[in-house]
Design a protein around this ligand. Structure first.
Ligand code: CDT
Length: 309
């Protein structure tokens, strides 16, 4: 058995006025709870250090850049790294990354138990729009503030397991999981900020949103025989509700733990990486069963092309 005691550390809402220092203090408190539960691996949400700022339309680049980190760790996040290092805990969390040459990404990192950053992923599937949209009940401006990720979907060896990261909207795309699956991934971490209502369809509420979220995580886990740890930033941020429903999903696609609140909350599970072996060597033994000669459209075509009527 290759067991990793894994904690999903959900964050409740972060308001625009909350400082990074305040958020990091909350993250450290959760880290301590996870340590008390014997966890050696913890997962925090997407854009964990700030409010979900892409809901706000900004024109001035200086207003945008205040939400980004130009170093990791930086002055505000160093105490989090120090705490994780002292407690010998590996972690993954998301933040807005500003590179030295001025590029903006929605990023997640993976650390080992010494606090070293061993993996970085930049969100590939950016939902929403890039200009103010008065037809929507609220804005979702990820396409305005971020570039699409340029690092692909890598998998790293960490804690004696094959680990990969996705970020929020990526979980809705089976291609993203499959690229990780093709590298033998055993643990997929993903943070999310998912509004509780659809800004373009007012009758799609929290129950539908949670259904689609669970469906996406459970199918990704099952079809690639991997653990999936999906962690929310939840609750009401400056009047805008986000779903909770942080999950740990096993390689059979079953939910083994789920949060019950929309606040800071920990769920923990002993995840055995060897539980991935059965699926990977039977029904999802890719080498034996995949038929790539028929999958060309997946990489040759972006939009749907129905037959002529
Ligand atoms: N953060 C993020 O990717 N949220 C999206 C909202 C989609 S609606 C524009 C999600 O897929 O949950």
């Amino acid at each position: 058995m290759r067991e990793i005691v894994t904690a999903a550390l959900q964050l409740g809402p972060i308001q625009k006025s909350d400082s990074r220092e305040n958020v990091v203090a909350r993250m450290i408190k959760l880290l301590e709870q996870a340590k008390a539960a014997d966890a050696t691996f913890v997962v925090f949400p997407e854009l964990a250090l700030t409010t979900f700022f892409p809901r706000w339309f900004m024109e001035e680049q200086s207003d945008v850049d205040q939400w980004f980190e130009s170093s990791m760790p930086g002055p505000a996040t160093e105490p989090l790294f120090a705490c994780a290092r002292d407690m010998r805990m590996a972690m993954s969390f998301g933040y807005a990354e500003l590179t030295p040459d001025g590029q903006h990404f929605n990023t997640s990192i993976l650390t080992d138990t010494s606090g070293a950053i061993v993996g970085k992923y930049r969100k590939v599937h950016l939902p929403g729009h890039s200009e103010y949209d008065c037809e929507r009940a609220f804005q979702h401006l990820e396409k305005r503030y971020f570039l699409p990720g340029d690092l692909g979907f890598p998998v790293w060896r960490n804690l004696n397991a094959n680990m990969g990261m996705l970020i929020c909207n990526d979980r809705r795309w089976p291609e993203a999981y499959r690229v990780l699956g093709l590298q033998g991934v055993e643990m997929v971490t993903l943070g999310f900020n998912t509004p509780s209502v659809n800004s373009q369809m007012s009758n799609e509420g929290p129950q539908d949103r949670l259904f689609h979220h669970r469906l996406s995580c459970q199918s990704g886990a099952y079809q690639n025989a991997t653990w999936v740890v999906a962690v929310a930033k939840a609750g009401v941020e400056d009047g805008h509700p986000l779903i909770g429903g942080s999950l740990i999903v096993d390689p059979n696609g079953k939910i083994v733990a789920e949060t019950a609140t929309e606040d800071d909350e920990m769920i923990v599970h002993v995840c055995d990486m060897d539980a991935c072996t059965f699926g990977k060597t039977t029904i999802f033994d890719f080498k034996r069963h995949r038929r790539i000669e028929h999958y060309g459209r997946i990489t040759e075509q972006t939009g749907a092309e129905p037959p002529a009527v």
